[in-house]
Design a protein. Structure first.
Ligand SMILES: N[C@@H](CCC(=O)N[C@@H](CS)C(=O)NCC(=O)O)C(=O)O
Length: 239
């Protein structure tokens, strides 16, 4: 059994989708990050970085007791290696899959996060930051569009953890004023992925993104802001 420490965001849905896709049994443990559920010392022992998602595998393939994994890219790779699925066996395609996975977790994800922060959460308006991160996101989406214009999936012929890493972000694009419809290959490939039963289950019910995380202009109390970006988040790593 795997414990999935989760909040309903694109990063969280990457893992619920991968678990649904592979059929590994898991228990969903839902956190409210506005309320600071992720700042406890107990969660810090699972993820020293105090961010979601994280998993604890109570039956890791290498034995030795429960194993915790944090960072969505590392979790996806762990699930793929544990099950022998969602990563091509062919070494060349496997390398391509890991390149796109890394591109998402190191590029598209963080740039989208910063665009979202400056557009939706910053207490003041910083035009330079909004322009910088929005333009960088558009550039990255153009890179994605070119790839999906030449291949069915990011790794080539096979659906992999690279697609699972990229796909959930499409729901967040709207909140940073980006219309995925402007990227026709991406839109077409994403629509097909969205029809997969495991993808539908992986973002259903308690795995859905709560409306309060999707507000165009987030309204947080001072305590909620502190949990996400301020003193409470910063002191949690010292507890
Ligand atoms: N690089 C991390 C990012 C994790 C992350 O930023 N998680 C967000 C939710 S999507 C979070 O926990 N935010 C809570 C906070 O920053 O206080 C990953 O890919 O797992």
């Amino acid at each position: 059994m795997i414990d999935l420490h989760f909040t309903g965001t694109p990063n969280g849905q990457k893992i619920s989708i991968a678990l649904e896709e592979t059929g590994l049994p898991y228990r969903l443990i839902n956190y409210d990050i506005f309320e600071g559920d992720h700042l406890t010392p107990a969660f810090g022992r699972i993820n020293p970085n105090h961010k979601l998602p994280a998993i604890v595998d109570h039956d890791p393939p290498f034995g030795g007791g429960p194993h915790a994994v944090f960072e969505s890219g590392a979790i996806l790779q762990y699930i793929a290696e544990k099950t022998g699925r969602l990563l091509p066996k062919d070494p060349r395609q496997r390398s391509v899959a890991l390149q796109w996975l890394t591109w998402q977790v190191a590029g598209l994800g963080p740039m989208g996060g910063q665009a979202s922060h400056f557009l939706r959460y910053a207490p003041e308006r910083y035009d330079y930051a909004i322009r910088r991160y929005t333009l960088e996101m558009q550039r990255l989406l153009t890179v994605l569009e070119r790839r999906l214009g030449e291949a069915d999936y990011l790794a080539g012929d096979e659906y992999s953890i690279a697609d699972i890493a990229v796909w959930p972000g499409r729901s967040a694009a709207g909140v940073v004023n980006i219309d995925i419809g402007q990227y026709p290959h991406t839109h077409r490939r994403f629509s097909r992925i969205g029809e997969r039963p495991a993808v539908i289950r992986g973002r259903d019910a308690e795995r859905a993104i709560p409306a309060k995380y999707m507000q165009q202009q987030a309204r947080l109390t001072p305590e909620q802001w502190s949990n996400m970006f301020g003193e409470r988040m910063h002191t949690a790593v010292n507890l």
